[in-house]
Design a binder for this molecule. Structure first.
Ligand code: CU
Ligand code: ZN
Length: 127
């Protein structure tokens, strides 16, 4: 059990996502913390070193600590703010943030069938 106090507010602002110009198009993107540290994009497919969803509690998807609410984009721009008790910011250092090409179905194991990795960010500590 984790304590029911404290927690983390995560604010993310994302630009440059794919733009869909027609009405009712899908601009929903899975957003996860993956366990690996490196956004190396030299391989095929890119970002293959990020590993699985960060999952210190050994939970099923979508209860991994790294399972974040999806990004709802508009004209390639997304802004999200959410609250979680799954982690404190320091624990995420050394892992990676990934945006996928598709929405997470929140069902398929181990990663929600969310398609290619289209963006990656390495989570760095305060040095
Ligand atoms: Cu992912
Ligand atoms: Zn997951």
């Amino acid at each position: 059990m984790y304590p029911c106090w404290g927690g983390t507010l995560l604010l993310a602002e994302v630009q440059g996502l794919p733009q869909e110009s027609k009405l009712c198009s899908n601009e929903v993107y899975a957003f996860h913390i993956h366990s690996g540290a490196s956004c190396d994009s030299s391989g095929e497919p890119p970002f293959s070193q990020v590993g699985q969803h960060w999952n210190p509690g050994h939970c099923p998807h979508p209860s991994h600590a790294g399972d974040l609410p999806p990004l709802f984009a508009s004209c390639g721009y997304a802004l999200t703010l959410f609250y979680t008790r799954n982690f404190v910011p320091e624990e995420t250092v050394g892992h990676t943030l990934i945006i996928h090409a598709m929405a997470d179905d929140l069902t398929t194991q181990p990663s929600g069938n969310s398609g290619n990795k289209i963006a990656c960010g390495e989570i760095l500590g305060n040095e």
